[in-house]
Structures are given as structure tokens and as C-alpha cells.
Design a protein. Sequence first.
Length: 659
Amino acid sequence: MPVRQKSWGLPVGPPDRTATIKADENELEQQSTEAAVKYWLSEAEKLQPEQRVLFERGAEADSYEDYVSDLTRAVQNTTNSSKVSRLSRKMKPVYALVKSVAPLVASADQASPFPPSLVIGGITCILSASNRVDDYQSKVIEKMEGMVDEIDSINQYRREGIFQDDPGIKACELNLATDIFQFCVRVAPIFFDEKGRERNGLSVALKMQLKDFDIKFGDIMAHFKQHLRALENRRGLINNRWIKETHFGVKEMGLLMEQNSQDKKGAMEEKLRQQKQDEDIERGEASSSILQLLYTDYLAAQRRKEFLDWLPFIDFGEFHDNAFDRSVDGTGEWLTKNNNYKAWSDSSSSSMLWIRGKHGSGKSHLASCIIEKLLLEAKTAPGNAVAFVYCTTTQSKTEMTLNNLLGSLLRQICRQLPPSRDVKDLISKDDYSSKDSPRRSDLKSGILKAISACQASSIIVDGLDECSKLNDSHFKEFCDFIASLVEKSGAVTKVIVLSRPNYGEIDKIMGNISHVIDVDTGANHDDIERFVSQTISEINSEPSQEEPQDFEEIKSKLVNNASGMFLYVRLKVRDFEDLGNAEDIRASLEDTVEDLNDLYGQAINSVLEKRTPFRERALMALMWITNSRRPLSKMELLEALSLKLKRNSIRSSLLVSLL
């Protein structure tokens, strides 16, 4: 029970929950602390001297801002730079965790030669590897990002000053930091040799060949989840005990005040004491209410996380980052100046904008520019949400299904709702951790409810025509639902659809809209010119004195022949390096006016003209790409090309080279 105060008032300031721990638990707490420190030391001692140098190099920052700057510089040359950069911006929870447990390690009886700062140094080490093994490195980043998201819930309590220096909480946090460190120690030898030198991409690929990622790191992730549950249980125990004893203390103080008032004389004194008693009880109840509210918020945050993990989705974030990063400076600016775009944007009511153009006209590039602009605007407009899907992407391993598209929209909107908004009314369910997938009708109603909870929402659907490949009548259903967002959401909802024209279901929902922009009828002419100029300059960065005029003529012809199609430029320029000089390049542009089908045919013919081994391998690659049920990663395609009839396994010497 908390120590009774001499005055009538309850103590002011954040209550100390650690005081609620019973004395007979001190020994158990000491044991858990010692076990956590021992766990840390046992894992840290496994670090080889050369690895430690790498880890210490990434742990030298004096502040979080310095650490982020160092990490950003370290990962700029990696193959997954956009994905790693996004992860580096989310590292604050782990940095705070490391700083929190540092005193615990430092105060151990045995002076630790292994500071917890090695955790953030290890993260920098494994993320900075530039080996070209995209698939495996993506899995490393995915696991690390998952652990970072879990750690973020810890900081919610640290920001509120809750639990302060409870030894049990600190022990749990140190266990989590050790799990992350153990993950880094196990990953490091994959990308760095025993002397701390970075391995080449092929040796890493061979080292990882046919090894199951989850098997290699499954024990670490199991320990991490176990320690998370231990932390949650510890917090719940302290919360419940503190609330119970706070109520008991308030009641006891009330009884004491009542007894004292009976021993005093005078109606005025009695009235004053009674008033004081009422004030103290109110303060006690208010304090208890605040704590209960914080605990309720924590449970709501946990429920939201389970809800988001339960939803089917495709991660379009990386595709968006890549699309926007590939943009040529200055392109896409014409769109926001277009009268139809401004009318759509300035409207105070829900409305839809249709941006249409033929295949390869740069619609996805425009989508990335619009999305980036709307995301920046939403940061300064609390209550506004932005959600988007790229139906054109083939980079995701997750199958493009209607449920995954709907789940992606719902998930993005939910992540932008205020923390006080509970998600349980979006799709009602007792247990979001179950494996039962949500019904499509629940996903659609959930999106409408989530949008209604926002002041305004922007929904962007790029490549809606690509959804015509969906099973059954799902294309029509998705088109109808996108149109319904403007009519049924109950809040201001702005929708942008980018697609090719002449698709019946799309034409049907766009029949009555007033905001339409045609991309390839001259609107994107300046963008094509900028793109051509940059592409040609990359081919011939140091032209001779005679060549500039020739290349200006080449640019002009290429822009005219492109007819508003970026894809035409990409396919055509790919052959320029083989032609050898400006004269031959200019001649290739004068021979015929080709369309995309002609260029695709030329590409196939060039494959067929290759020598037998290369031709067969190229055709086999096309067969795998065309017939696979989902897009293949580079490593998966290489393994597929290495398969032969009656071959039971793939030795290192048989794996098709990455290079």
C-alpha cells in the first residue's frame, strides 16, 4: 500500500508505480535483472573482434539525429536504398530503447565491456551491405522493420513517464535489445567475411542458396515475441495492482477523514474538513481515471496493431518510393496547373478525377507525383488521410487480388486515424489474431467507416484497367466500389483514377464525371522532352564538338516518334548503345515509325538471333515470367533457370550466375 501522506492532499505529479511491487518480489526481480544482463553478455561475447569493429563504427553517434545521418550515409549505396532509407527514419524507438537499458548494463556487478550501443551499430552494419542479393536482403529488412514496429509500443509508455525505473520492465527491455543484437550478429557473417570485408553478391547468393530464412532466424524471432509477451504481462501486472491499491488508499483516507471529523467541534470545522475530504477523493479518482485512460489507450493501440496485421494487403510503399525517385526533375508539374485538376482539388465536396492515356504514357509517374504532393499536404492538415494502390506493379510477391487491394486501402487509412480512435467498430471481431481472413463486404464497409472518421480523404488508384485481369466479376465490383466512395463515404472524399481508356466498366463509372485529363494528346510533351534529354545525355555524357547538333536532332525525332509514350523512349534507347554512333542512331529513327508492338517484336527477334545457350535460357526466362502465378524475385528466377529434369538438387556450381 502506498505510504500515507501527513497532509490531506494526494501527492502531486506522476505516481510511482514501482512502489506497488511487494517486498517479497524483490529477490525475484533481482534474479530477472541478473538473468537479462547475463543474456546480454553471453550474446555480446559471441561477437568476433572484426565484427565488433564494424558494430562499434556504426555506434559512434552522440545523438539520435547524428545516428540517422550516419545510417542514411551508410545505406545510400545499397540495392534496397529506398526501403532501407524508410526503415532508417523509423529507428527512434530502438535508439531510445538502447539508451534506456544502458544504465542497467553499466550498473551490473561485473563492469560490462559490451555497451548496448552495439545494438544500433549492428543495425547499421547489416543494413549498409551493398551486395546485390535483393531477395535475401529484403527479408532482413522486413524482419528488422517488424521488430522496430514492435519496439515502438514501448516508447508510448516512456514518453508518458510511466513505469519509470521498474527493474522488471528494464529487464524485459534489455532482453528485447539483446534479441535485436543477436539477429544482427547472425546476419553479419552472411554479408561480411571473417576479416570484416564485404562479400561479393555471388558468394552471398551461393552461401544462402536453398537455406530457409525462417529456419535460420526462427529461434531469434520466437525469443523476441516471448520477451514482448513478458513485457506486456509485467506492465499489466503493475497497472492492475496500482489501480487496485490507489482505490484502496483513497477509501482508507476517506475513512480516516471521517473519523477525525467526528473528534472536532464546530460546524464550520466540520464543513471545511468535509470539503477537503471531497477534494482529495476527487483528486484521487481523477488520478486513477487518467491512469485507466492511459492503459485503455495502450490496449487500443495493441488492438489496432493486431487489426492491421490481420488485414490482407500489398505493400505499395516501396513501389511508390521507387517510382517517385526515378522521376526526372520538373516532370509532372504541368498536371497541378491543369484546369481540371485545379477544379477537382479546389472543390469543397467529394469528386472524382480521371487521368487517362495509352500504355507507357507515364501515368504511374504522374500518380507518384500526385501521391507525394498529397502526402505532404496531409502532414499539415490533421484529420486528412491519403491512401493509394498501384494496380500496375509486378514487383510485389503478394498476389494482386480484390481483397488485397481493399485491405491495402483500409490499412493505409487506419494508420492515419488518431490514436484515440478504436478500430473495433470498423470490422467487429473478438480476436484479430485469428487466421480467418475478413470478408470482402466487411473490408468495403470498413473503408467507408474509416473514411467517415476523417475530415477529408484522398484515394488514388493507378492502373485501374490492369484489374480487368482479376478473377470472376471482381473488376466490375472494384470499379463500382471506387465510384461509391464519392457517393457513400459520408465525408469529403477526393478520388483519382489513372487508367487506359476504352474499358467498358471504367467508362461506365466515368460517364457522368466532369474532371477528365488526357495525358497523351500533348499534355505530357514537355515531360517527354525532359526525359529524352536526360536519357540521351546518359548515353553520351562527353560528346565531341561535332556531335551535339546530331544529338539534338536525335532528341527531336525521338520526341516526335514517341507520341507521348515514355515506354517507347525506354525501349528505343536501349538499342542505341549497340548502334555505335549518332549517324546510325539517327538513321534508325528515320527508317520506320514504330509502335510498341513493333519494338516488342524486335526485342523477341534479337533474343532468337542469339547463340543457342543464351537463346534457350532467355526463352526459358520468358516462359517462367509469363506463366508464374506471381512475380518472381531475381534469386527465384535464377534458381528456376538452374532446374533440369531429373535433377534433385542445385549445387553451387550449377546455379546460374547473378552477374
